[in-house]
Design a protein around this ligand. Structure first.
Ligand code: ZN
Length: 337
């Protein structure tokens, strides 16, 4: 960070630019200074000076926005004090985001009053810097596409399989957001295995999330569990029991991963991605899960797509901040082209 002359946030030495990034979630707001090398270089982004504040979402959207703005101002002042030039502010936020207006379009009950918040304008006015906001799942996808496992693949489907299931389609560094900002909602792909199971969107008609997310695997396990099989605390426990060869655990994990693979094949047939990158806690579920996922994908994918690589994400916990910065960079490059 030090010892390199900078002009307008551009490192004189290697063309790196520095961005202030925010990842706004239901429980915490993380911020970091992200140095992005040129996408063409093999250099890795660097996330420095990470700091977090609690979201305190139950205080309401106005309160969260006001504290976010205070946080951003404090962070910018500190960068100025440390001599770190910042090009702009990238934000990845929970909820459905309208990037063009910088407004949160909708949010779940976990963030009451978050919908309708004019985040980009508020942070921009307070910091005097250009700001660009995308959804948090989209930010993760852009991070993996440009600097993680999706590097070198021009069109990528990013899928996060954790407590829920999210996704993003990234085309040459740009997020495909759709007409309503909801493109990429992998978790709400229809699948018969989910019929009768309540999805986070409210439907019981059969979505993949309630049987293939981490909580979904546990619910599926419990919903069909024979009396002579012990209950499981969570998906990680089921994965451990499957790895140890327990028949019912293998059966459930296989059924769940195969169904997700079939849904990914359906999405693959629609968008023809060069790679599908999977992140989130469930990708650690082991070989039983991965094998069934690949089999489900191969069964459903058109012949030309069967060899599409299904890859594990590489950026880990840094992906949302790197992605928020990269989304800003891609947006400003487009605007300034
Ligand atoms: Zn759903």
């Amino acid at each position: 960070m030090s010892g390199v002359g900078t002009t307008d946030g551009v490192s004189m030495a290697n063309g790196e630019r520095r961005y202030l990034a925010f990842d706004i979630g239901g429980t915490k707001i993380a911020s970091g200074v992200v140095s992005l090398p040129s996408v063409d270089s093999l250099a890795q982004p660097v996330v420095a000076d990470v700091e977090m504040i609690p979201t305190l979402a139950d205080r309401g959207g106005d309160d969260v926005r006001e504290r976010l703005v205070e946080f951003a101002v404090r962070r910018i002042e500190r960068c100025a004090h440390d001599g770190v030039d910042i090009v702009g502010v990238g934000i990845g936020s929970a909820g459905v985001v309208d990037s063009s207006s910088g407004v949160i379009l909708s949010a779940t009950d976990l963030m009451p009053g978050w919908a309708g918040q004019h985040i980009t304008a508020a942070v921009g006015e307070a910091t005097g810097l250009p700001v660009h906001m995308v959804g948090d799942v989209g930010a993760h996808g852009i991070g993996e596409a440009l600097y993680g496992a999706g590097r070198g693949y021009p069109i990528m489907l990013s899928v996060g399989v954790g407590t829920g299931i999210g996704g993003a389609v990234v085309d040459h560094g740009r997020l495909i957001t759709g007409a309503h900002g909801v493109a990429g909602h992998v978790g709400h792909m229809p699948h018969g295995l989910g019929t009768g199971m309540r999805c986070s969107c409210g439907t019981t008609s059969g979505h993949i999330e309630p049987v293939a997310s981490g909580t979904g695997i546990a619910d599926l396990f419990e919903s069909r569990r024979p009396d002579d099989v012990a209950p499981a605390a969570n998906a990680a426990a089921i994965a451990r029991r499957a790895a140890a060869g327990e028949r019912y655990a293998v059966e459930i994990l296989t059924m769940s991963a195969r169904a997700l693979g079939e849904c990914l094949a359906g999405m693959g047939n629609l968008i023809d991605p060069a790679a599908i990158v999977l992140s989130g806690s469930v990708v650690n579920a082991g070989e039983v899960w991965w094998r069934a996922l690949r089999e489900g994908f191969a069964d459903g994918a058109l012949p030309l797509l069967r060899s599409t690589p299904l890859l594990r994400g590489r950026l880990g916990g840094d992906a949302p901040l790197i992605g928020a910065a990269a989304a800003f960079a891609a947006y400003s490059d487009i605007c300034h082209a």
